[in-house]
Design a protein around this ligand. Structure first.
Ligand code: APR
Ligand code: PHB
Length: 388
């Protein structure tokens, strides 16, 4: 079998890349280790930048997002019980869309089924061959048989634990990493959101976040220990930990209820450099990870895919290597700015230590953020997404 681009991974990065390439006549096959249902079972962040929305629209899968997603003109930050509003639209002219990543994945899957492009789910033992040669190949196991696809390029969209980055010779890649000493415990509930805007909470007891998936579905998070286990967090314990971190009005409004999903995510900042190796390109979580504070993960996956798809389309249409040669540098320039923002917001809002100096610095920076138009504009520009 032969195709132009083999895409490894059917998360948002792989599916979006496949959709854009197909639209521009570039043949591609997606190989995914899991089943489609498993991929749809993962609950992740849900704030979509305008530029990401535009990409989804460009490939015709933005319809449900515009119908069911919530357009937000501001975010709120609650500091030790006092809530402040940052008017994103007033400061930048832009808004964000609150719409779950799971839903985007579903929309992209349906889009792919609609165009009849090939996706192999439950593909085992995906292995890359000859990435530095002219004729790379990808082999895998499916339904008990061995298969091999010859291609021009391989797109590694297989997430942080994927095979693609791991296939690169160690001396060809540099990685930069920071692991945070805490995680997020998140729950999804069929209860109305506490407020109609996303609220980031800084409190001496630890960080919290109040978000939503619609008028009757909420997503809440609290900072937890890395050693914590979801089993140790029955719903009541979660609500009891969240409530004291909120301001009085939010606490009075909070509607609690049984969780329909509960999970713990560690926080990590990670960047691999470069993200092109011969005929292999990494995109999305395969190339970099941000902590979820600021919800940049999916948006960065989308921006990589935009640069990479343009480069590949240009290669086939104009026989030009220019975009391909610049992919790593261009994509990483935007990645590093989002890494900086996510790291900064994480350090600003979490309980980092018991050191009172650290706490005072956080409070001074937050006070400056709320009082200075320049500082809130800088926050807002990053939050709504920097231009490509
Ligand atoms: N072979 C085939 N598929 C694989 C392999 C492998 N060896 N390893 C991993 N995969 C698949 C995973 O099962 C997953 O479905 O690759 C996919 C990667 O998807 P994601 O982890 O969702 O990564 P990405 O598409 O880059 O999406 C980025 O997801 O993790 C969030 O915060 C992140 O929002 C961001 C978004
Ligand atoms: C979410 O809705 O899950 C969410 C929102 C904002 C974040 C992270 C997650 O920064």
């Amino acid at each position: 079998m032969r195709t132009q681009v083999v895409i490894v991974g059917a998360g948002p990065a792989g599916l979006l890349l496949g959709q854009i390439l197909h639209k521009h006549g570039v043949a591609n096959v997606i190989l995914e280790r899991q089943t489609g249902d498993y991929v749809l079972g993962r609950v992740r962040a849900g704030v979509i930048e305008q530029v990401t929305q535009d990409l989804l629209d460009e490939v015709g899968v933005g319809g449900r997002m515009h119908r069911d997603g919530l357009v937000h003109e501001a975010v709120q930050i609650c500091v030790d019980g006092a809530r402040h509003r940052i008017p994103l639209k007033e400061l930048t002219g832009k808004t964000v869309m609150v719409y779950g990543q799971t839903e985007i994945t579903r929309d992209l899957m349906e889009g792919r089924a609609g165009i009849g492009a090939p996706t192999v789910y439950s593909a085992g033992d995906v292995t890359l061959h000859d990435i530095f040669g002219d004729k790379p190949r990808v082999s895998y196991q499916a339904e008990g048989k061995s298969h091999e696809i010859a291609c021009d390029f391989i797109a590694g969209c297989d997430g942080f634990h994927g095979v693609c980055r791991a296939s690169v010779p160690p001396d060809a890649i540099t990685t930069h990493e920071r692991v945070y000493p805490f995680g997020w415990l998140g729950i999804l509930t069929d209860t109305p959101p506490v407020l109609d805007e996303v609220v980031y909470v800084r409190h001496p007891l630890g960080f919290a976040l109040c978000s939503m998936r619609g008028p009757t579905r909420s997503r809440y998070y609290i900072q937890c220990d890395l050693a914590d286990d979801v089993e140790a967090w029955p719903d009541q314990r979660f609500w009891d930990a969240l409530k004291p971190r909120l301001d009085d009005e939010a606490r009075a409004r909070l509607v609690t209820g049984p969780s329909i999903e509960k999970s713990i995510a560690p926080l990590r900042s990670f960047v691999a450099e470069p993200i092109r190796f011969g005929r292999l390109f990494l995109a999305g979580d395969a190339a970099h990870i941000v902590p979820p504070t600021g919800a940049k993960g999916l948006n960065l996956a989308a921006s990589d895919v935009r640069y990479l798809s343009r480069a590949l389309i240009e290669h086939y249409a104009e026989k030009s290597e220019a975009g391909i040669d610049c992919y790593s540098e261009r994509a990483l320039a935007r990645v590093w700015k989002a890494e900086r923002f996510s790291w900064w917001l994480t350090m600003l809002l979490h309980k980092i230590s018991d050191n009172t100096f650290d706490r005072k610095i956080q409070l001074a920076e937050l006070d400056y953020l709320f009082r200075s138009k320049a500082a809130s504009t800088a926050f807002a520009e990053n939050y709504v997404g920097l231009p490509y």
